[in-house]
Design a protein around this ligand. Structure first.
Ligand code: PGA
Length: 261
């Protein structure tokens, strides 16, 4: 069985002080039951300016730090960008890439996602590669083709070695932030499709050991249990519900219980 993940994506919702406060609340709630647990892996992806404070709050807790984006070059004249190399030095172990809000608002392309995913792995962090179709694409019958091509493009330069891991997050764009997750059957069939694609790209043992596929899009403690019961769903990337410590920790607890069940 693959590692389970519960990953918070705080987006641009919190300032640095609010981020440190929420991290502290999550640490306090999860410490009692999460201490020493390897399942699930709990990760907090904070905004760049909050990383230092959140890193401090998470130190020694077993909760990992993640960033929400990075640039693919290590150094150079790239005004405003932050390298994967610097994020690693800040203590990040995870970094999102290809989030639909970046694809949508900032024109991030598959090619950029490919470079970023490779840079994240090169610096020994786990890329959390977000893929997912829009409602228009789904209605036009292109859902599968879009997701397969996003996965293939993002992974073109990704070759995990040793203990490196890669997380693919299936996030149908039309449910993000709506409060309504997709039906579990729908998520399961998309996760299977992603696994089929991974199996075309990597040997079976690499897929088994080094890849996880998680669900994102209005995941919360009410719908997460129904998703976790499926062996192709390895956790969740959580936006809105990660902004409440008790709700987010409830999701971590559900993932822990699903593994020990
Ligand atoms: P949501 O966001 O849980 O608020 O839908 C998820 C995401 O965008 O990663």
């Amino acid at each position: 069985m693959s590692q389970r993940y519960v990953i918070a994506n705080w987006k641009m919702q919190l300032d640095p002080a609010e981020s440190v406060k929420l991290a502290g609340e999550i640490v306090r709630l999860w410490a009692a039951e999460g201490a020493g647990r390897t399942e699930p892996k709990v990760v907090i992806c904070a905004s760049h300016v909050a990383l230092a404070g959140v890193a401090e709050a998470l130190k020694g807790t077993g909760i990992a730090l993640g960033a929400q984006d990075c640039f693919w070059e290590d150094k150079g004249a790239y005004t405003g960008e932050i390298s994967a190399a610097s994020l690693k030095k800040f203590g990040c172990e995870y970094c999102l890439t290809g989030h639909s809000e970046r694809r949508g608002f900032l024109g991030e392309t598959d090619d950029m996602v490919r470079r970023k995913a490779a840079a994240i792995l090169r610096h020994d962090m786990t890329p959390v590669i977000c893929v997912g179709e829009t409602m228009e694409e789904r209605q036009a019958g292109k859902r599968d083709a879009v997701v397969i091509s996003q996965v293939r493009a993002a992974l073109a330069d990704v070759r995990p070695v040793g203990t490196q891991t890669v997380v693919v997050a299936y996030e149908p764009r039309w449910v993000i932030g709506t409060g309504q997750a997709v039906a579990p059957d729908d998520a399961v069939s998309m996760h299977r499709l992603i696994f089929d694609t991974l199996h075309e790209l990597y040997p079976a043992d690499v897929v088994e050991r080094q890849f996880a596929v998680i669900y994102g899009g209005s995941a919360d403690s009410k719908n997460f249990g129904g998703l976790l019961g499926h062996d192709v769903i390895h956790g969740a990337l959580v936006g809105g519900a990660s902004l409440k410590a008790d709700e987010f920790v409830r999701m971590a607890r559900l993932a822990a219980d699903s593994v020990s069940a």
